[in-house]
Design a protein around this ligand. Structure first.
Ligand SMILES: [Zn+2]
Length: 272
């Protein structure tokens, strides 16, 4: 019997009452479970096998079948705060879909598990945990509940803004496509400050003197985002540009056979 932490990557209906659940387990990589009666209200698993949930599962791994039976599943973190935010949920879905479709099959995936677990946990921190938000002043009107005071304060950049881009960078690294943000691909010298250009086909960064009078192909927002990732200061004002550059880089290296379905949802959520 195996007992392992697991993150639910995907779930689909198998019959009127059953699910097939694909989960990234800490011990055994990606495992497919059949959950008979999982759709029923009185299912003992409740939220533990919902997509994006972190749970502890107990199962026996039968090598003769693709589908394993779950004996127990205990919910550890449903990521409630992340689910209340459409954009964060969309980013989480793209991460889980990339792992599901492109992580190597049939091997333990401790690195992938740990990166995904950390990213989901970071996306689930309540927004008012942001360190740059000051508590309301003592002379705030008493009639105003403190929650609405917090709601009025918007940090200039969301402290969770870099999580998805950081995860993409780390997954590139883990899968052997490490990006060298410190070195100019043309002259080989260290890059001071933000890179002057980035080529998603090759992952090459270019320094200011090598770019010279050429116009960069990458947008300023993309390059600023890479600089923020490199310095580790966290905030990215427009993370979608850097995220898209990293997705394009990953696509060039892995060769996505089909479009990542959840990217459509992410692009819709970004417009809101
Ligand atoms: Zn250079």
């Amino acid at each position: 019997m195996i007992k392992s932490h697991a993150i639910v990557l995907h779930r689909y209906a198998y019959s009127d009452s059953s699910w097939i659940v694909k989960a990234l387990t800490e011990e055994c990589g990606i495992v497919s479970f059949i959950v008979k009666g999982g759709k029923r209200k009185e299912s003992p698993f409740k939220g533990a096998l919902d997509p994006l949930a972190l749970s502890e599962v107990v199962f026996r791994q039968n090598p003769n079948t693709e589908l394993q039976f779950v004996k127990e599943a205990t919910l550890l973190d449903w990521h409630k705060d992340m689910r209340e935010d459409l954009l964060k949920t969309a980013k989480a879905q793209v991460m889980t879909e990339i792992v599901l479709r492109y992580a190597p099959a049939g091997v333990p995936l401790e690195g992938e598990f740990s990166l995904l677990e950390n990213a989901l946990a970071a996306l689930s921190l309540p927004a008012n945990n942001a360190p740059d938000i000051k508590p309301p002043a003592d002379n705030a009107p008493e009639s105003k509940p403190s929650e609405s005071v917090f709601a009025d304060i918007k940090p200039s950049a969301d402290n969770t803004s870099s999580i998805f881009a950081r995860w993409l960078l780390d997954i590139c690294d883990l899968w052997g496509y490490t990006l060298d943000m410190h070195t100019c691909s043309r002259c080989g010298h260290p890059i001071e400050g933000a890179p002057a250009d980035f080529h998603p086909e090759t992952g090459a960064f270019v320094c200011n003197s090598c770019l010279g009078v050429e116009s960069p192909r990458a947008r300023k927002e993309t390059l600023d985002g890479f600089y923020a990732l490199r310095t580790g200061n966290g905030d990215i004002a427009h993370p979608e540009f850097t995220e898209n550059a990293l997705l394009a880089y990953l696509r060039n290296h892995i060769g996505f056979l089909r479009e990542i379905n959840s990217l459509k949802f992410l692009n819709e959520a970004r417009k809101l």
